[in-house]
Write a protein that binds this ligand. Structure first.
Ligand code: ADP
Ligand code: MG
Length: 368
């Protein structure tokens, strides 16, 4: 049984279509991250699942039941908003019991739920405070707590961490992951942060301009992005896009990189057979370059090819060093270990792990 199934969903505001034929389903207990840049339609999609927005066409099913025409309160979902939406005049306890009061949950059951959730989120000591007396992180916990006092079919989160500072955001990210493990419920989580999506989700739905670009496991999205948008959006620093042209000789295909005089055999690359002369974009992630003398990629039994790289600038982050470089006339960003980073101005050989590279069609932008 699918926990959530969205079929051929479209949503327009007037003449503007903001969701275009979305198909997506989640199994029971999955953590689905909806990720994409601001304005791509994530919140609209979440609000449609919640029943807060109407559907233009298509179907939404929760546990196999069509809910298109069901009111939000009848869908058995709990939602956490970006703004937290806490009642300022109520205490934390009142904020958390309010929904249960409205549903006429017996007092003893309410108290039990509060105890359970307050312990889970470590907010026992905050129950008698008002939201104004809480820090951002504490407010965020209370907003989560209000959703967790219920035992709904589906939890929906809309950027619940985006109002927190960077350090707290990472801490809360871990907490949410633990929470999902403990509660075991299906969760749909909206974020514009690709790292949040990668670290939390069992499956990621990457959206762009109202279109679902790819829906797959974090690993598959990272390793085999479906198109240039997904490839560029997921991963930091961004994937390098090197332009070139296919050269086929004796049944073997290579890519000649524009403006470099470098030809890279496509032996190890996971791609179809591109046509001779076809323009392509070779996608290489910054961490898939390694100093050629190291030959790390080859030691793992992969095909790697060395290219001369000139270092323009370096950005040490502590754990790793980011190198701004160029290969012939093309720019590339490389991540390497701090103690193996060459100096700016130097040119040295780097090996590209071709087994991890991707090939794209510059016209359709799709993976080849
Ligand atoms: P995201 O959450 O990914 O940032 P939204 O789902 O909020 O994006 O918005 C998607 C698009 O729909 C945006 O272009 C936004 O301007 C538009 N939009 C959202 N709500 C409305 C509305 N009530 N009326 C008109 N346009 C809207
Ligand atoms: Mg939004």
């Amino acid at each position: 049984m699918s926990s959530l199934e969205i079929s051929n969903l479209r949503k327009s505001y007037g003449s503007v279509e903001v969701l275009k034929d979305i198909n997506l389903s989640a199994e029971s207990g999955e953590f689905v991250a909806l990720v994409g840049p601001s304005g791509c339609g994530k919140s609209t999609l979440l609000s449609i699942i919640a029943g807060l927005e109407s559907i233009t066409s298509g179907e939404v099913r929760i546990e196999d039941k069509l809910v298109n025409d069901e009111a939000p309160k009848d869908r058995d979902i709990a939602m956490v908003f970006q703004s937290y939406a806490l009642y300022p005049t109520m205490t934390v306890r009142e904020n958390m019991t309010f929904g249960m009061e409205c549903r006429n949950v017996p007092k003893a059951e309410q108290a039990e739920a509060i105890d359970r959730v307050a312990e889970l989120l470590q907010i026992e000591h905050l129950l008698d405070r008002k939201p104004g007396q809480l820090s951002g992180g504490q407010r965020q916990r209370v907003a989560m707590g209000r959703a967790l006092v219920r035992d709904p079919k589906l939890f929906l989160f809309d950027e619940p961490l985006s109002n927190l500072d960077a350090k707290l955001r990472i801490e809360m990210r871990t907490e949410i992951k633990k929470l999902h493990k403990n509660v075991g419920k299906t969760m749909v989580y909206v974020t514009h942060d690709q790292i949040e999506a990668m670290t939390l989700a069992t499956r990621i739905a990457v959206m762009h301009k109202g279109v679902l670009q790819q829906y797959d496991t974090p690993n598959a999205i990272y390793e085999t992005p479906a198109n240039l948008f997904v490839a560029g959006f997921m991963g930091s620093p961004n994937m390098n896009f090197l332009s070139g042209r296919v050269v086929s000789t004796g049944g073997k295909a290579s890519v000649r990189l524009d403006g470099t005089g470098i030809t890279l055999p496509l032996d190890g690359v996971r791609c179809g057979v591109p046509a001779d002369g076809q323009e392509v974009i070779l996608g290489v992630r910054p961490e898939h370059f390694s100093p050629a003398h190291e030959q790390r990629a080859e030691r793992k039994g992969r095909v790697s090819i060395s290219v001369p790289v000139t270092i323009d600038m370096e950005e040490p982050t502590g754990a790793e060093t980011i190198l701004m470089t160029h290969i012939g006339g093309q720019e590339a960003v490389i991540v390497c270990e701090p103690d193996e980073a060459p100096r700016p101005g130097e040119t040295m050989e780097f090996a590209i792990d071709m087994a991890k590279a991707s090939l794209f069609d510059p016209r359709s932008e799709a993976r080849l």
